[in-house]
Design a binder for this molecule. Structure first.
Ligand SMILES: Nc1ncnc2c1ncn2[C@@H]1O[C@H](COP(=O)(O)OP(=O)(O)OP(=O)(O)O)[C@@H](O)[C@H]1O
Ligand SMILES: [Mg+2]
Length: 482
């Protein structure tokens, strides 16, 4: 019987064969199965007995082919159980051919969902298989792949279905277009901070990376958390790609498995390298990949471990993470928008009327963590001042819904044909490269931001003022000068 192993986000065909021989009863699984997969023995045996089926008292060998491919996790349980039951004539052999299966078995025979059911189902569809047996919770995911899920709660149900004695109740229809209401806090709550709000809007429209720096309590975190609320929904292809990644780590809600909104991930600064960039056993995607097509917020940016920050440089450039696995590498997409917040110095007083009390050495140590190469990858850097009292008392700030409309309109313009550099803007850019100075990457990033600003303004050409605004978001002196 067929199932699929995951290599990164790719399904690899695995044929599960069971062979029963006369002799002293025993049970072996061969075919490069990892520990969780070897433990299937106990779950499968116990599951079969609990389902009131017969455990064959033979020498049982289960082969997972091809042997060269590493099999990880517990998702093979259901397939192994059905292969053994077929070999002992408890389910008809013929019925296995049209089906693939994915799911873990509990000791009492219940079928549990596993991560990656969507990817397994996609493998089945490519092989022309129409039906995938899976846990009831995975049915929505499997249906997204374009095959018919056969949701089962218990191994006994799977067997009854294979014998033609039982049909699962058809699952409730999915509503793939139903937009889940955004539970993101509203921008109207952020008072003042006009520059910060403007930068957030530009970042949203052009998918730019944004760094918000400033003294404590000025609304940096507050502003960053409101970015998802002004982003347009994902296109169908993007949504499927994001859903695939979230499926692998088992993050999908069973009722509404399609991720239609840009994901928002905000890992804590104590998070490890595998947690953020991906890896570990499996290997599984990290926060950078879970934020694919969405936002990765690194709040208190300098507190993250330096190697973790450096490891993010590559995905920021290429949009993919490549992690080592037992044989070869696994590649996960990671085209995320980075938003980071930070204080300007360890004591937090810099940029504030109170002033900074950090020693030069302490300040130097703090900045050392943020290599120039890393800072260079932010398209927009904003130093946020302490809001004035009148601003905090004020009301009537724009709502997220209003800003989202402008963002959406700018996205449409950028996709239709981005604004070109105007004749007045070009000399200013040349001058900036010489005077600031701007690196090659810096120049390209400034030009991209200027394009987004022009698209927000609805013009066909990048004017001098658009470029000047883009240049104003380069690394401010508060972050580099003493
Ligand atoms: N511009 C603002 N408008 C409205 N409320 C604000 C503003 N700035 C700060 N506040 C209030 O202060 C609280 C703290 O803001 P926030 O957590 O965003 O600060 P921060 O800049 O991230 O500070 P830190 O550097 O300490 O993390 C908010 O929950 C909010 O109540
Ligand atoms: Mg904060």
């Amino acid at each position: 019987m067929l199932t699929y192993a995951l290599v990164g986000l790719e399904p690899r065909r695995v044929e599960v064969e069971a062979h029963l021989q006369k002799g002293v009863p025993s049970f072996a699984i061969v075919g490069l199965a990892d520990r969780a997969c070897q433990e299937a023995k106990e779950r499968v045996r116990s599951g079969i007995v609990s389902a009131e089926l017969e455990w064959p008292l033979r020498r049982i060998t289960v082969n997972l082919a091809p042997a060269a491919l590493r099999k990880e996790g517990s998702g093979f349980d259901l397939t192994i159980a059905l292969a053994i039951l077929a070999a002992s004539h408890q389910v008809p052999f013929g019925s296995l051919r049209a089906h693939a299966a994915v799911g873990e078995l509990a000791l009492d025979g219940r079928v549990r969902p596993v991560g990656g059911a969507l990817v397994v189902a996609e493998g089945a569809r490519r092989a022309g298989i129409e039906f995938v047996l899976c846990a009831a919770e995975s049915a929505g995911e499997v249906a997204l792949a374009g095959v018919d899920p056969v949701p089962v709660h218990h191994l006994a149900e799977a067997v009854a279905y294979m014998r033609g004695d039982w049909l699962p109740a058809s699952p409730p229809p999915l509503s793939p277009t139903g937009r889940v209401p955004v539970t993101c806090p509203d921008l109207a709550e952020v008072k003042g901070q006009r520059r910060g709000r403007r930068a957030l809007e530009i970042a949203a429209a052009g998918r730019h990376n944004l760094l918000l720096a400033g003294p404590p309590g000025t609304g940096k975190t507050m502003l960053a958390r409101r970015l998802p609320g002004i982003l347009p929904p994902l296109a169908r292809e993007e949504a499927l790609e994001v859903t695939r990644i979230h499926s692998v780590v088992g993050l999908l809600p069973s009722g509404q498995p399609l991720v239609a909104e840009p994901p928002f991930r905000a890992p804590h600064h104590s998070s490890s390298m595998p947690a953020i960039v991906g890896g570990g056993s499996g290997p599984s995607p990290g926060e950078a990949s879970l934020a694919h097509c969405g936002v990765l917020l690194l709040d208190e940016f300098p507190e993250f471990q330096r190697p973790v920050l450096e490891a993010l440089r590559q995905p920021l450039e290429d949009g993919v993470v490549s992690v080592a696995r037992a044989n070869g590498r696994a590649v996960f997409p990671a085209r995320f928008q980075l938003v980071a917040t930070m204080n300007l110095c360890p004591c937090g007083g810099r940029g504030d009327a109170a002033g900074c009390s950090c020693s030069a050495a302490r300040l130097a140590h703090f900045r050392e963590k943020l290599s120039r190469a890393l800072l260079d990858r932010f398209d927009l850097v904003v130093a946020m001042p302490r809001p004035r009292a009148v601003e905090l008392d004020g009301s009537g700030e724009e709502t997220s819904a209003l800003v989202r409309e402008r963002v959406q309109a700018a996205r449409v313009r950028l996709e239709a044909g981005p604004p070109r550099m105007g004749s007045e803007a070009r000399p200013l850019l040349t001058e900036a490269v010489e005077k600031l100075p701007l690196s090659g990457r810096g120049r390209a990033r400034v030009a991209r931001v200027a394009r987004t600003i022009a698209a927000l303004a609805g013009t066909e050409e990048i004017a001098r003022e658009h470029l000047a605004e883009a240049l104003s978001y380069r690394i401010p002196p508060e972050l580099t000068s003493t």
